[in-house]
Ligand binder design. Structure first.
Ligand SMILES: [Zn+2]
Ligand SMILES: [Zn+2]
Length: 226
């Protein structure tokens, strides 16, 4: 946490001299309840490493969500940022605790650059020349799809990788398909989006094969009955 604070205050001092900014980590920051006058920024697809506190298991993930709430008190020349990185549970020992993600210095740098850019734009109304948010760096091989059962953001129902649950119809397939497809189109470069499309195509192929096998079995049954 010290690294985040140190780098953030340094970056803000360069961008907005004369204003003092602070950054704190809040474990119960809620992305769904933003106080009046605050702005929310969600950094998706962060790469981080996890270490289980109950067993020696370590794992990387490229699907970590970090939420930032930011507020500027212009009269006092003071700003405040609260952040919450969402954790993951260990797969190996089934430990019940959500472990906190650990970010590399490079990724802390990138994520904070995005936070600073957002502050300049949304709280200071500064025209930003290169308004391009950086993608966090993926620093290791990450396997498998998103493990929703072990993701803290999923458990709270706020994960960007979870389809929004339809309210009236609990399991309406057209709605879910539409949601996945639109997300895949919205961010074609994302590895997750790519995977969503791949799995759907895969399911169609499997369905086709099942139908062909059933038809062949029926034909064979008819043939041998004669
Ligand atoms: Zn463990
Ligand atoms: Zn999740």
């Amino acid at each position: 946490m010290e690294l985040w604070e140190r780098k953030f205050t340094l970056k803000m001092a360069l961008q907005v001299p004369g204003h003092s900014w602070s950054l704190t980590q809040e474990d119960n920051l809620n992305p769904r309840s933003l106080p009046y006058g605050w702005y929310q920024f969600q950094q998706k697809k962060c790469f981080a490493r996890f270490q289980c506190s109950s067993c020696p298991n370590r794992w990387p993930s490229a699907q970590v969500l970090v939420t930032f709430h930011m507020h500027l008190d212009a009269r006092e020349r003071r700003g405040q940022v609260k952040m919450r990185p969402f954790g993951q549970k260990c797969k190996r020992c089934g430990g019940g605790k959500f472990e906190k993600p650990k970010f590399s210095e490079k990724n802390v740098e990138r994520i904070l650059d995005n936070v600073v850019l957002t502050i300049q734009e949304k709280l200071y109304w500064q025209p930003v020349a290169n308004r391009h948010l950086l993608e966090p760096l993926v620093e290791d091989y990450v396997e498998g799809p998103h493990d929703t059962a072990r993701c803290e953001a999923c458990a709270l129902g706020i994960c960007y990788l979870r389809d929004p649950a339809p309210k009236s119809q609990p399991s309406a397939p057209p709605y879910r398909f539409a949601a996945t497809a639109s997300r895949a189109v919205a961010s074609p470069s994302g590895p997750q989006a790519q995977r969503v499309v791949d799995t759907r195509d895969g399911m169609e192929v499997v369905n086709c094969v099942v139908v062909i096998v059933i038809v062949l079995l029926m034909l064979a049954a008819l043939y041998f009955r004669k």
